[in-house]
Design a protein around this ligand. Structure first.
Ligand SMILES: Nc1ncnc2c1ncn2[C@@H]1O[C@H](COP(=O)(O)OP(=O)(O)O)[C@@H](O)[C@H]1O
Ligand SMILES: [Mg+2]
Length: 356
């Protein structure tokens, strides 16, 4: 097992900067998730760790040793690709043995490692099948067994669950997480799915446009997002753009006066978490207390999202737990939305588009 250290890694493809100056440390046994939208440089970063892509600048260290110039097969990294990349004409056991044969291990050593890896992923009895005779979830586990069989120093997972249906994904992500803990293996996983990232990670790295925007635990990212992008990408926020008009005073572009806790001046944007807002009578007496109209109600089972228009330019989403005694507001209804000044996060307005 080994820690991983990325030092000022960049990758340019012609004029495209896919990864820009990424510096990260992954602790021994840690599960780190790179999270970000499609095209933000996650796969390129992972492939530089694996050795399939040479960085334009920067260095990769594994277990205290620089490996930047080592070819992939000398890095001892176990890799699971989004597509699984199983050999269709080889059996499950032969697929799992592949990396071991490349490493020229003895036959009986290979046999024992293959059966151990298949047992770990609960496919012990399916070694003689071909990949096409397996379900998507089983194929995914063969790919995982193949990565684990080499006893890697680091496990690299590129969107490993994206080809599974939603229900199976829920199970498999817990299985992978538990297996990773049990083996104590340093792991870097890439995903664009925030729920998956939140459930599986010890720490998360939020990326956008090839850059690291923030590194932290789930709680750190959610409670203290570094910027508007992170506030929109990890969890949900309603954004109200406007201007700080004085100490603790904010005016939205839509003309609403709002109390906030911020030392900023000038153009700014307020981010409101939907579950931290009060609706109806419980909004009265709070620092902010706005009158609005319910425009949309989304019934989600465990909770209900209420979209409230508070000015021609401003709409706020409030999530209510769907309790047995709670009344769901109706579309068109007049309603109050409230929150204490400290419940909102304020960012300088960087001009990026609003998102929810
Ligand atoms: N081999 C390549 N040649 C040119 N551009 C590439 C290549 N690989 C990736 N890119 C570009 O680099 C950026 C990051 O890609 P990628 O790392 O695959 O993102 P992600 O995995 O986050 O979706 C994208 O703009 C992509 O088009
Ligand atoms: Mg990718």
């Amino acid at each position: 097992m080994a820690g991983l250290h990325l030092e000022h890694l960049s990758k340019h493809f012609g004029a495209t900067v896919a990864v820009r100056d990424v510096t990260l440390r992954v602790g021994e046994g840690e599960f780190l998730v790179l999270l970000g939208p499609s095209g933000c440089g996650k796969t390129t970063t992972l492939r530089m760790i694996a050795g399939f892509i040479a960085p334009t600048t920067g260095r990769v260290h594994l277990g205290g040793r620089e490996i930047t110039a080592l070819p992939p097969w000398r890095r001892n990294a176990g890799i699971v690709f989004q597509s699984y990349a199983l050999f269709p004409h080889l059996t499950v056991a032969e697929n799992v043995a592949f990396g071991l044969e490349m490493r020229k291990l003895a036959k009986d050593e290979i046999a024992s490692r293959v059966s151990e890896a298949l047992r770990l992923v609960r496919l012990g009895s399916l070694g003689e099948r071909l990949p096409r005779q397996l379900s998507g979830g089983q194929q995914q586990r063969v790919a995982l067994a193949r990565a684990l069989a080499i006893r890697p120093d680091v496990l690299l997972l590129d969107e490993p669950l994206s080809n599974l249906d939603a229900k199976l994904r829920e199970t498999v992500r817990i299985e992978i997480r538990e297996l990773q803990r049990q083996l104590g293996i340093t792991t870097v996983m890439v995903t664009h799915d925030q729920e998956e990232a939140l459930i599986m990670a010890d720490r998360l790295v939020v990326m956008s446009d090839g850059e690291v925007k923030q590194v932290g635990t789930q709680r750190e990212l959610y409670e203290h997002p570094a910027d508007r992008f992170v506030a929109g990408f990890v969890g949900r926020s309603s954004f109200l753009p406007g201007t700080i008009t004085g100490p603790g005073r904010f005016e939205t572009k839509g003309g609403l006066a709002i109390a906030c806790a911020s030392g900023l001046t000038g153009p700014a944007v307020i981010a409101l978490r939907p579950e931290r807002l009060a609706l109806g009578p419980s909004a009265s007496g709070l620092d902010n207390h706005l009158q609005g109209t319910v425009e949309l109600v989304s019934y989600l089972g465990a909770s209900v999202d209420v979209h409230v228009r508070v000015s021609p330019a401003d709409r706020i989403v409030v999530t209510q737990p769907n309790r047995i005694d709670s009344r769901t507001p109706e579309e068109g209804e007049k309603i109050a939305v409230g929150w204490p000044a400290g419940a909102a996060v304020v960012f300088p307005d960087d001009g990026s588009t609003a998102r929810l």
